[in-house]
Design a protein around this ligand. Sequence first.
Ligand code: UD1
Ligand code: CA
Length: 455
Amino acid sequence: MKSPRAMNKTSIVILAAGQSTRMKSEVPKVLHPLAGKPLVQYAVETATQLTSKKPLLVVGHGADEVRRAVGDQVIYVEQREQLGTGHAVLQARPLLEGQHETVVVCYADMPLLSTDTLSRLVELHSKGKGPITMLTVHADEPMGFGRILRDEGGLVVGIVEEAVATDTQKKIRELNCGVYCFDGHWLWPHLTQLPLSPKGEYYLTDLVAMAVAEGQAVEALKISDVTEVLGINDRTHLAQAEAVVRKRINERWMLEGVTLLDPTLIFIDATVRIGQDTIIYPNTYLQGATTIGRQCRLGPNTIVRNSTVGDGCTIEASVIEGAILEEDVDVGPFSHLRKGAHLATGVHVGNFGEVKNSYLGPGTKMGHFSYLGDATVGREVNIGAGTITCNYDGQRKHPTIIEDGAFIGSDTMLVAPVRVGAGAKIGAGSVVTHDIPPGSVAYGVPARVRGKVEE
Ligand code: UD1
Ligand code: CA
């Protein structure tokens, strides 16, 4: 479907310099998250899929923040003063003039535009003779978009902005999406000739009338799916786009073999990966750089953020952040795994458990209201109810080491730094202030060694 020859000579300019006052935000509009990814990332990815050339991103308002977020995925072009869409594209001239046959222009605040539509636009452009091919949409609701003017023969003759449209023109339902394909050698000289609008801006849209006045044809690719060209101008638009993206993501995972019980109540970021035969219950949020394995059961009422969850895990009514769960790990209800929690295969963390920056070896069990912080726990350890690593002395954090097969009695305080040797048993209610040798039995406040496990 793509014509590779045309794509090789295609550059994309993404406009993102506008002020976007209607967001009423300190954050640049294009950095607001949509399904967990910044808005601008959608346009950047669409552009990157279209051609192998790095897209150009025209930045202005919040340029520094946008640069920090987008990094080296794009080539930046600065528009110091926001003098309109025509002026914005003109800023790319020094980088593109004489280089590429085709220049595609789109917006950073139009996240739902598909690569497929863009490539159909480029395809149509490469077949035609005119210098401009534009994307239009037929919509019942005009959304403040410019209206497409056509002559009796149906040929495009211009675009009129809503602000200056006559009542008759306002009734036109073919709208300008703001996505165009230009012949580079035609575009650059004409951009410098754009007239100043009554609002003091240079409108890219005026190029259409210029081309027509020269007797050139302007082609249009007319689409009917308005959602594709939904522009984000305020937070109601952001919510609409969010609903569309969420639905797409959920449908994708269901088709990949993931069961979602009531997809309207399950929130999966665009950055998440999920294995087959996993079942997700309502009120579950999978966020950020998260990977879920196969045959897991997640939720209800669960958040998994920036975490890796292996196959066969169960997480119920819990919050998992920055954690790694190997296979067949079982967490919850009502537990909290924090940054650096690493639970090996077969670990069980029951209710009201908290684990931070700790490794729990294979088969270790921590059933009831315990806290492990800065701990390294071996395999098949039993952490009794109410066990706490006292890892913080008010100034510094200290490590706790619990070796393989140890048994920590209920309500034990492990005052770090401290080590409990392999197979040792700590009696209930102990306060462990010194290292306990392997195989010994210790209890008391403070805990003392009272014998050997065999005895
Ligand atoms: C523009 C079109 C309109 C079209 C609509 C579709 C013009 C004159 N009008 O109107 O016909 O129906 O898009 O959404 O082009 N930008 C810059 N620098 C600027 C001005 C804008 O980078 O100086 C960027 C904005 O960040 C935004 C995009 O260009 O991403 C569109 O600008 P906006 O002011 O929203 O144009 P509209 O008034 O919506
Ligand atoms: Ca707009």
